[in-house]
Design a protein around this ligand. Structure first.
Ligand SMILES: Cc1cc2nc3c(=O)[nH]c(=O)nc-3n(C[C@H](O)[C@H](O)[C@H](O)COP(=O)(O)OP(=O)(O)OC[C@H]3O[C@@H](n4cnc5c(N)ncnc54)[C@H](O)[C@@H]3O)c2cc1C
Length: 375
C-alpha cells in the first residue's frame, strides 16, 4: 500500500522538493501538495512586478506544472488545522486529508495582531494573490482620482521600503496621483541593516517625495484613520500592512510545539520537536539551534536538505543535520534601475547591484520552468 506525503503550502522550500522529486520519484509514495493557488509568488521579484518591471508570469511559479512533472497531485485548498494524533490535516473547506508524513511550508503573514482593526482596514502584502489584485484596483483608482490619494505603508523593513518605492514609481510613471507615507515603529528605517544602507534609502525616499513617520507603533486602524501610541493620528485612503512576519494560529492550536511567536519549533533536521512525522521550513518554522531572521533566502536554502530528509524519513534512514548560513545577502531594489546590497556591516549600491539582483532572480525562476540546469 502506498504511503502519503503531504506538502502543505507551495513555499520556497516545497518548490525545490517538487523539482527534485521530478528528477527521481520515490516508489510507493503518494505525493500531494495542498495549495489554494496554482501560482506561487517569488517575493524577491514582487517589488519589480509592482513597479511594472516584471510581468505576473515573470515572478510566479506554476505549481501545477511542477506537480505534473513530479507525479504529484495539487489539492486546491488551505490548511486550517491539524489533528497530529490522527495524522490528519483539516482543510479550509472543512474536508480532511490523511498523511503518513507532513511537511509544512506555508510562510507567514504580516504581524498586525497588536493593531486593533487591522483585519478590517487596509490590505496585507500576504497572501500575495489578494494583495496583487488589490494593487491593480489601487493603480486604477490613482489614475482616476479627483485628488491625490493618501497611501500609507506600515512596515519599515526592506519589504516595506521596496514596496513603497515601487508603488510610487509605478503610479507616478502612469500619471496617477498619490502621496505616500512610510510608517515604522522603530526610530530608524531598515533597523536590521547598517547605517549606510539606512542613509541611502532615507535619501531615496526623500528624493521621491515619500514621507516618513518613524518611532511610534500604530495601535489602531479605523475607516481612513491610523492611531499611534501617543494618540496622534494619520489619515489615509488606503493602508498597506508590510510589517514583520507573523505566524498562522493553527500550528499552535493543533498542538505542534511552537515558539513564543507561534512559529513551529524544528530541530537541525527540519523536523518538528514535538511530532517527528512533521517537518516544517521557511518563515513558519523556527530552528531552535540556529535561529535566523524570517527571509526567503533561508526558506530557499532549506529546500535541498528538506528534500533529502523527507526521502531519508520515508526510507527509514537516518536524517542529516543542516546548519543554515550565518547571515544572508539582502539585495534591496529602489525601482530606479539601481539597488543596494547589504551584507552584515557591508553595503554597496549602484546599477550593477540591480543587474546582479536581476540575474540571481531570473536564474532562480528559470530553475522552476524546466529550462535550466537540472541540478
Ligand atoms: C514585498 C516582499 C519582498 C521580499 N523580498 C525578499 C527578498 O528579496 N529576499 C528575501 O530573502 N526575502 C524577501 N522577502 C521575505 C520573503 O517573502 C519570505 O521570507 C519568504 O517568502 C518565506 O518563504 P516561505 O517559503 O516560508 O513562504 P512563502 O513564500 O510565503 O510561501 C508560502 C506559500 O504557502 C501558501 N499558504 C499560506 N497559507 C497557507 C495555508 N494555510 N495552506 C496552504 N497554503 C498556504 C502561500 O499562499 C504561499 O504560496 C520579501 C517579502 C515581501 C513581502
Amino acid at each position: 500500500m502506498s504511503r502519503r506525503l503531504l506538502l502543505a503550502g507551495g513555499g520556497h522550500s516545497h518548490i525545490e522538493v517538487l523539482r527534485r522529486w521530478a528528477l527521481a520519484p520515490e516508489p510507493g509514495i503518494e505525493l500531494v501538495l495542498l495549495s489554494p493557488d496554482r501560482h506561487a509568488a517569488y517575493s524577491g521579484m514582487l517589488p519589480g512586478h509592482i513597479a511594472g518591471h516584471y510581468s505576473h508570469t515573470d515572478c510566479h511559479i506554476d505549481l501545477d506544472a511542477l506537480c505534473d512533472a513530479a507525479g504529484a497531485t495539487r489539492i486546491a485548498t488551505t490548511v486550517a488545522g491539524l489533528d497530529p494524533l490522527a495524522r490528519r490535516v483539516i482543510a479550509g473547506d472543512g474536508s480532511t486529508q490523511d498523511y503518513d508524513w507532513l511537511a509544512i511550508n506555508v510562510g507567514s503573514t504580516p504581524a498586525t495582531a497588536g493593531i486593533a482593526g487591522s483585519d478590517r482596514h487596509g490590505i496585507a502584502v500576504k497572501p500575495v494573490a489578494r494583495f496583487l489584485a488589490h494593487w491593480e484596483e489601487l493603480r486604477a483608482a490613482a489614475l482616476s482620482a479627483p485628488r491625490a490619494l493618501e497611501l500609507v505603508v506600515v512596515g519599515n523593513g526592506a519589504a516595506g521600503v521596496e514596496v513603497v518605492l515601487a508603488m510610487q514609481r509605478r503610479i507616478a510613471g502612469e500619471g496617477g496621483r498619490a502621496h505616500f507615507t512610510l510608517v515604522g515603529d522603530s526610530p530608524e528605517l531598515l533597523p536590521a541593516h547598517p547605517a549606510a544602507v539606512r542613509r541611502r534609502f532615507a535619501q531615496k525616499l526623500k528624493d521621491r517625495g515619500i514621507r516618513l513617520r518613524m518611532g511610534l507603533p500604530v495601535i489602531r486602524a479605523s475607516a481612513g484613520l491610523l492611531k499611534f501610541a501617543d494618540d496622534s493620528s494619520l489619515t489615509f485612503d488606503e493602508v498597506l500592512w508590510i510589517t514583520g512576519a507573523g505566524a498562522p494560529a493553527w500550528p499552535r492550536t493543533s498542538g505542534l510545539e511552537c515558539d513564543e511567536r507561534g512559529f513551529i519549533r524544528i530541530d537541525a533536521t527540519l523536523r518538528s520537536l514535538s511530532h517527528p512525522e512533521v517537518f516544517a521550513s521557511g518563515d513558519v518554522a523556527g530552528m531552535v539551534d540556529a535561529p535566523r531572521p524570517k527571509s526567503g533566502v533561508y526558506a530557499v536554502r532549506q529546500g535541498p536538505p528538506l528534500h533529502d530528509n523527507l526521502r531519508c524519513a520515508l526510507r527509514g534512514e537516518p536524517l542529516r543535520e543542516y546548519r543554515p548560513q550565518r547571515r544572508a545577502l539582502a539585495l534591496i531594489s529602489s525601482s530606479d534601475g539601481s539597488a543596494v546590497a547589504s551584507y552584515g556591516p557591508l553595503s554597496w549600491q549602484g546599477e550593477w547591484v540591480w543587474r546582479w539582483k536581476e540575474r540571481i532572480d531570473r536564474g532562480f525562476m528559470a530553475r522552476y520552468r524546466g529550462n535550466s540546469d537540472k541540478n
